[in-house]
Design a protein around this ligand. Structure first.
Ligand code: PLP
Ligand code: COI
Length: 344
């Protein structure tokens, strides 16, 4: 049994998805073709040139992953290697240098370990959200890649992303796109999120948890549910999730596909999900690191609210997927090989 000092005074059960400064962050700089060693710092401010390309031309990308406290008090990460690989793909798309997988994982481990008193206790459902980011810095004014880069990692304890957690919420379909057909939708770059602020706000103002984006080419197929991927369950036990080059490839989604097939015996399909054919699904959900699994009660489209299982109750398959996924993340269910990294 690991004993840890609970020196932070936090009401773990009341946490939402909000920023909180913790004790340590990590920064590393890239210059003249190479990364420095990287350091833990206590400051939560960074000092960069006013002309940094991250500030003007959006040359930046980020990741999101979580650290989980298990029953025996230890701390573990869920598939951080996949976040590292996705950050490399994002970096390639906007001409930034790679953060090697080992460097990424080591930085995440160091930040989590240094802030271990902020990892919420087992049983609260709360987790430590870790935010790695890579930004173009240094003096520059033309639209071209930055001369220098900063890779940083910080973290904070969080609760549910959508209010209530595992309670169904409704979403409305947006007329806006979050990404262009051959744009940067599959990369986790800040520009995609800047474009999503207004559609999100409109959905919230109209009483929805967030908006659903349709495919930018035809506006007929579901792409994303805010900052999460979509899945639906058919009445012949299929887990269906959209396939599109402008969707962010969600690590949670690919993990759920594996779990659906191998732990729940469902058929799994990545294919088009037409917004006017929602009757195919008896349950639906949004999935992502922050959202975990958020059951979709209904989708508002063309002046109608299409309800899936129920607006208030979680469907049985969604519930089982949630229990299996979170069971693995919190160390209660045996994980597929290589999914769990212990923080020691
Ligand atoms: N889609 C978008 C646009 C996101 O920002 C995220 C969050 O990272 C996801 C989906 C879910 O991805 P993941 O499961 O890797 O967190
Ligand atoms: C995540 O799920 O990690 C996200 O990045 C979603 C959002 C907070 C941007």
């Amino acid at each position: 049994m690991v004993i840890y000092l609970n020196k932070v005074n936090i009401n773990w059960n009341e946490l939402g998805f909000n920023y909180m400064k913790t004790d340590y962050s990590y920064v590393s700089y890239w210059k003249d073709g190479k990364w420095d060693e990287g350091n833990l710092v206590t400051e939560n401010k960074i000092c960069i040139s006013e002309s940094s390309s991250a500030l003007h031309y959006g040359q930046q990308c980020f990741e999101g992953l979580k650290a989980y406290r298990t029953k025996d008090g230890s701390i573990q990460l869920f598939r951080p290697d996949e976040n590292a690989k996705r950050m490399i793909r994002s970096a390639h798309r906007i001409l930034m240098p790679e953060v090697p997988v080992e460097k990424f994982i080591e930085a995440v481990m160091r930040v989590v370990k240094a802030n271990e008193t902020y990892v919420p206790p087992y049983g609260t459902g709360a987790t430590l959200y870790v935010r790695p980011y890579l930004i173009g810095v240094g003096d520059n004014i033309g639209v071209k890649p930055a001369p220098e880069y900063l890779f940083g990692v910080f973290c904070m304890p969080v609760g549910p992303y959508f209010k209530g957690g595992m309670i169904p919420v409704n979403f409305s379909v947006s007329g806006y796109d979050r990404a262009a057909p051959y744009g940067t939708g599959a990369a986790k770059v800040g520009g995609n999120y800047a474009g999503s602020l207004m559609p999100h706000q409109e959905a919230v103002n109209n009483g929805y948890a967030d908006c659903i984006y349709l495919d930018p080419m035809t506006h007929k197929k579901i792409e994303e549910v805010g900052a999460a991927n979509f899945f639906g369950i058919t009445n012949n036990n299929e887990f269906v999730t959209p396939a599109s080059p402008s969707i962010l490839p969600s690590i949670t989604k690919y993990s759920l596909m594996y779990l659906a097939e191998n732990y729940l015996d469902l058929k799994v399909k990545e294919s088009d999900v037409y917004i006017d054919k929602l009757d195919e699904f008896i349950e639906a959900g949004a999935c992502g690191t922050a959202a975990v699994i958020t059951p979709i009660g209904g989708i508002f489209y063309n002046d109608k609210l299409h309800i899936f299982h129920s607006e208030t109750e979680v469907g049985p398959v969604t519930k089982k997927l949630y229990e299996t996924l979170t069971g693995i993340q919190f160390g209660e269910v045996e994980a597929p090989e290589g999914w769990i990294y212990k923080v020691e």
